[in-house]
Design a protein around this ligand. Structure first.
Ligand SMILES: [Zn+2]
Length: 468
């Protein structure tokens, strides 16, 4: 598929990049099986069924390319189905990454490479991620990519998407764009960031995003760098209200306790990062719980960035074979230290070196019953599509979320919390979208089993890994 060739900006929680640099050389990660299969049945496995991932032994799971048609005990007749015996293996629903940037790159600013959405999409599937929520990109372009995936033109997860995040005048990510890009590109791209001057502009701004296809509204409420402006509660509230009036959820990027308080009080549905630069306050934890707001921490991303800026980042072992060797070398060990020398982002790296507070904050939210979802913010420097998803799961597990619970957050609960009404996925149940994984061993007790997926079915179609 041809990607758009005009200059495009992509904005992430942490980074900024620009098209026009050289291309990266990524390995092909997945291939599809050529023949069409009308009905597939996985038999004799151990299935993790329903939103609670209840264990069903000697299970059979059948699906067409449209939906799961059977989940239960062995039957006598499979008709004309392709039957695959998965004895000894576990069948589970495909994983959900709740914070990605499909059209971004994992190349760091000191080694600019053109974003490669096709690679990113493949990398998520390689890891068993069959649904992603994009948190900041061009909705027309994301729509096009999602259509290419559903047509079978590209291999990738289903993409839900919002739009370029709305921010304060001169708010994040505008200072980062101006710091990292040469004139006049900086001004050009900064001018494409949607900003709000007056609360009364909110409805028209939200409607414009909705007309462009956005399925939710993304708002930035974080002073990054600390001296930069952020939205005030009035403008933030006007945007969230406008989103709700339009029938859309409001996802808010936050950093501090105060940001999060204001976002939740404004009616935010989801926090697209957690409080990362100070201990989370007990009052905030209670408020988030009371308002039924979910949080995606993107914790591995913050942690990797901290390590990278210190020149000590060593990506997890499964990342090397799935990425471009030059990009890998540019962030691994001492070269990664260049992050700390960047304008604006260098300042950010100092903040996190001194004040990064993740594990206790996650533990407190989880203990209070807040839904902590799994999301990576990938791809950005040091955070890889697909590969970093497992890093994130492991970080959340180390922060005290039990593995079984975590896998529910990674599948059915993410779908229930964030998906637009009427789409059923992330669950082995009749009628659900047929996103199905098979792993050897028991992922409920050992996340490492997810490193060797025996089968990945995305929308009922088998994809095989070509790299291990
Ligand atoms: Zn992001």
């Amino acid at each position: 598929m041809q990607s758009k060739n005009h200059a495009a900006v992509w904005l992430t929680g942490l980074g900024v990049g620009v098209m026009g640099a050289c291309s990266a050389t990524y390995p092909t990660l997945v291939e599809s099986r050529s023949e069409e299969v009308a009905l597939t049945c996985l038999s004799n496995g151990r299935a993790l069924v329903g939103p609670s991932l209840e264990v069903l032994h000697e299970a059979v799971v059948c699906f067409t390319p449209r939906q799961i048609t059977y989940v239960g005990k062995a039957t006598d007749s499979y008709g004309s189905a392709r039957v695959i015996d998965v004895h000894g293996a576990t069948i589970l629903p495909g994983l959900v990454d709740t914070h990605v940037h499909v059209t971004a790159t994992d190349a760091p600013p000191w080694h600019f490479r053109k974003p490669d959405a096709e690679h990113n999409l493949q990398a998520w599937l390689w890891m068993g991620v069959t649904t992603v929520f994009d948190m900041g990109g061009d909705p027309e372009e994301l729509q096009e990519l999602n259509t290419a995936v559903s047509n079978g033109e590209l291999l990738g997860p289903r993409v839900f998407f919002g739009h370029e995040p709305i921010t304060a005048i001169d708010g994040h990510p505008i200072p980062a764009i101006k710091a990292l890009l040469p004139w006049p590109l900086d001004n050009l791209l900064a001018s494409q960031v949607p900003t709000i001057a007056e609360p009364k502009e909110a409805p028209a701004l939200v409607q414009r995003m909705q007309r462009r296809g956005a399925q939710y509204i993304k708002i930035i409420h974080d002073a990054l760098p600390p001296s930069s402006p952020k939205l005030d509660p009035e403008r933030l509230g006007a945007l969230v209200d406008a989103a709700h009036t339009a029938g859309l959820k409001a996802m808010v990027h936050i950093g501090s306790n105060q940001d999060a308080f204001e976002a939740v009080n404004a009616g935010a549905d989801h926090l697209a990062h957690g409080v990362y630069n100070e201990p989370i306050s007990d009052e905030l934890v209670s408020l988030i719980k009371a308002k039924n707001v979910s949080v995606t921490y993107t914790a591995a991303g913050f942690d990797n960035t901290r390590e990278m800026a210190a020149g000590k980042y060593e990506p997890a072992g499964w990342i090397k074979p799935t990425t471009d060797p030059e990009i890998y070398a540019a962030v691994y060990g001492p070269p990664g230290k260049q992050f700390s020398e960047l304008d604006v982002l260098g300042e950010f790296s100092k903040t996190i070196a001194e004040r990064l507070t993740l594990q206790n904050n996650i533990a407190k939210l989880h203990a209070a019953g807040v839904l902590v979802l799994v999301g990576t913010d990938s791809p950005i420097a040091g955070v890889f599509p697909g590969g970093s998803y497992l890093e994130e799961l492991m970080f959340l597990q180390r922060s005290g979320i039990p593995t079984h619970t975590l896998l529910r957050h990674a599948t059915a609960l993410a779908a229930q919390q964030l998906a637009p009404a009427g789409s059923k996925f992330g669950v082995l149940e009749v009628g659900a979208r047929p996103d199905v994984l098979v792993v050897q061993g028991d992922p409920l007790t050992d996340l490492n089993t997810l490193r060797e997926l025996t089968f990945v079915f995305a929308a009922g179609k088998e994809v095989t890994r070509t790299v291990h």
